[in-house]
Design a protein around this ligand. Sequence first.
Ligand code: ADP
Ligand code: MG
Length: 315
Amino acid sequence: MIEATDLVKRYGPHIAVDHVNFKIEKGEIVGFLGPNGAGKSTTMNILTGYLSSSEGTITIDGLDILDYPLETKQKIGYLPENPPLYPEMTVKEYLAFVGAIKGVPKREMPKRAAEIMEITSIADISGRLIKNLSKGYKQRVGLAQTLIGNPEILILDEPTAGLDPKQILEIRDLIISLGKDHTIILSSHILPEVSAVCKRVLIINRGLIVADDTPENMAKRLLGGSHIILRLDAPGKRIAQVLEKVPSLRRLEFRESQETGTAEVVAEATEEVDIRRDIFRALSAADIPILMMRALDMSLEEIFLQVTTQEEVNP
Ligand code: ADP
Ligand code: MG
């Protein structure tokens, strides 16, 4: 439903967005992850039509945003990095104001505002001046503002930036629940943020998309095959003798164990095969107790560092 083709944004000689391509289907929750200055806000500003691109096109449901600005903008609710709030208005006044801009008929507004305030849990502060609200509530009002025109797509630029941990969890839950009936693109430079909410992640670095996948697949690809970590109650030499006979095992690597008198080993499978059952059978036949066995996952943080560092080494 959202397609970006060869997007480029230049600021003088500087390329902020460098031939970016992606396609986002209806109902997806996609994270834009990248360090500060990577080009996330610029891309989002172009997607929402707030900024023009130097090259490339954006289509929403097949309509080019430049040829059909009204039709396409109507489908998008946008929460910029700094939400455009009016501090001297009350929450209710502000939502009515945004509703008027978005063309919500005046008689429908009270019902619409009530629904949105319910969803975003701001009904109890509807009469308060925006300037007197906490940062967490201001962010809720910002999110409420994106919902007024009843858009299918929500574009949220660093929606949890500057919030405290409790507010982050609350906003995150709110985004997850909005994801049930919206297509969402959100940006963040904070890794757990994106992995908590998104099933698909685009990693953007220096204006380039360097990865586009689920966090799990990224880990698999970068690790090159599946890795299992084991803690075993037997001497290392004996473990090696037993595990070397497992056919789909490519490599064993011993590590320092957290538990004295035990051995810890990382077993790498030849391909994408799950070797846990074979390992269990081999160890059990040799009467070696398994104290722990789990897949060795790569955290999004490790993936992110690997992908962005590779980019610097080999630009
Ligand atoms: P992010 O949101 O990922 O932190 P931005 O999209 O804000 O990154 O910025 C991407 C790059 O473009 C940065 O190097 C930034 O300095 C540059 N940039 C952004 N806006 C402007 C502007 N109006 N003029 C010149 N350079 C800009
Ligand atoms: Mg930004």
